[in-house]
Design a protein around this ligand. Structure first.
Ligand SMILES: [Zn+2]
Length: 63
């Protein structure tokens, strides 16, 4: 995994990964989302969400 540093533009602090709960299409999962330790602002890349969602969708199709 490549480490990409993302900085909170409000606090100027480095975002840290935090386990976050997602619910999509009646399926829920935890994933690490970068969030600001100060203000809690989260950074969700479309890539990340789409990646996880396609995993969930593949699991559905397998059944
Ligand atoms: Zn912040």
């Amino acid at each position: 995994m490549t480490e990409k540093k993302i900085i909170c533009f409000k606090c100027n602090k480095e975002l840290v990964p935090k386990k976050t709960y997602f619910n999509y299409l009646e399926h829920s999962f935890f994933t690490d989302i970068l969030s600001c330790p100060d203000c809690g602002e989260v950074f969700i890349s479309e890539e990340l969400v789409k990646g996880r969602i396609s995993e969930v969708e593949m699991q559905l199709e397998d059944k």
